[in-house]
Design a protein around this ligand. Structure first.
Ligand code: 13P
Length: 341
């Protein structure tokens, strides 16, 4: 198969009506933080048990077309010896891999951060592909204040995202480009809109300069929302209108799909906002979910690290996946939440 056909076939499998992605690619530090909330230690065995539980959930493939894994998970197996990427594939879920190496402070730009991980990336992709990965993810993070992010941070992160995406496409791996404008802080929704517009504009400029084929990539943005500490939290309809307005101004129609991150919204908020977004007017791209916390929080709470809670945890996961699947085509009704309880 040509690289082009390979990329197209992965896109066709990932972008399906009523389906989104499960982000299960927490780095060592982040998964330890999540496990701490349920009093579970982050050992290799516990991480394997948790991620096997997620990927062995019956029926998950009905609402989830792809899963983003962490490098360690690519090499782990379920209890019966099935490699976890293969387990996902058996459920009709395409395995993907987080390839960035995390963020560090951007030199000479106090408060800004930049993502590392480009060195040796092409070679690493070869290995990931042999382990079953068909797509990749790279996350850039933008802190927001009256002054942040700086022009330098916007330009530096855009250049890295674009280089990463180009390297992935050359390797036949579909890149997910993730610029996350953080919800931390007291900024207004208008400030978030302003920053997101500047960030996305720069990202697509860089993608163009690096000759990235927009039809063979996915965008994973944050929604346009007020900072968590801001006094006024906008209702879903306003978040939807602001988000679709900013995306409309910056994201070419050729992009294969937009899969939002949840970024610290509650599971219910993330579903309601996605639904509202899918009920707005002009939308040239499919708009779905690529949630980490908003999909994993309820099953994590049900699991508590106990094998006996496996069934309850998988039920909690399938419930959120089903509701988000409905929201991705604008068919979520808050009443469903009660019905599915
Ligand atoms: P959240 O949905 O928890 O923001 O995670 C998505 C993700 O992949 C972050 O990089």
């Amino acid at each position: 198969m040509s690289i082009r056909d390979e990329l197209q076939s992965t896109i066709d499998t990932l972008v399906q009506p009523g389906k989104g992605l499960l982000a299960a690619d927490e780095s060592g530090g982040t998964i330890a933080k999540r496990f701490k909330t349920i009093g579970v230690e982050s050992t290799e065995e516990n991480r394997r048990a948790w991620r096997s539980l997620l990927l062995s959930t019956a029926g998950l493939g009905e609402f989830v077309s792809g899963v983003i894994l962490y490098e360690e998970t690519l090499g782990q197996c379920a209890d019966d010896g099935t490699p976890l990427p293969e387990l996902a594939a058996r459920h009709g879920i395409v395995p993907g891999i987080k390839v960035d190496a995390g963020k560090i402070a951007l030199a000479h730009a106090p408060g800004d951060e930049v993502t590392e991980g480009l060195d040796g990336l092409a070679k690493r992709l070869d290995g990931y592909k042999k382990q079953g990965a068909r797509f990749a993810k790279w996350r850039a993070v933008y802190n927001v204040s009256d002054m942040l992010p700086s022009r330098l941070a916007i330009e530096t992160n855009a250049a890295s995202l674009a280089r990463y995406a180009a390297i992935c496409q050359e390797a036949g791996i579909v890149p997910i480009v993730e610029p996350e404008v953080l919800m931390d802080g007291g900024h207004s929704i208008e400030r978030c809109a302003e920053v997101t517009e500047a960030v996305l504009h720069e990202v697509f400029d860089a993608l163009h300069r690096h000759a990235v084929t927009l039809e063979h990539m996915l965008l994973k943005p944050s929604m346009v929302v007020a900072g968590k500490e801001h006094a006024r939290q906008a209702p879903a309809a306003e978040i939807a209108a602001q988000t679709v307005c900013v995306l409309g101004r910056t994201v070419p129609a050729a992009v294969a799909g937009i899969f939002f991150l949840s970024g610290g919204q509650t599971p219910e908020e993330a579903t309601a906002n996605l639904d509202a977004i899918n009920r707005t007017g002009r939308r040239p791209w499919p708009l779905s979910f690529s949630y980490g916390r908003a999909l994993q929080e309820p099953p994590l709470k049900a699991w508590k690290g106990q094998a006996a809670n496996l069934g309850a945890a998988q039920q909690a996961l399938i419930k959120r996946a089903r509701l988000n699947g409905a929201a991705s085509i604008g068919r979520y009704d808050a009443a469903q939440e009660a019905l599915a309880a």
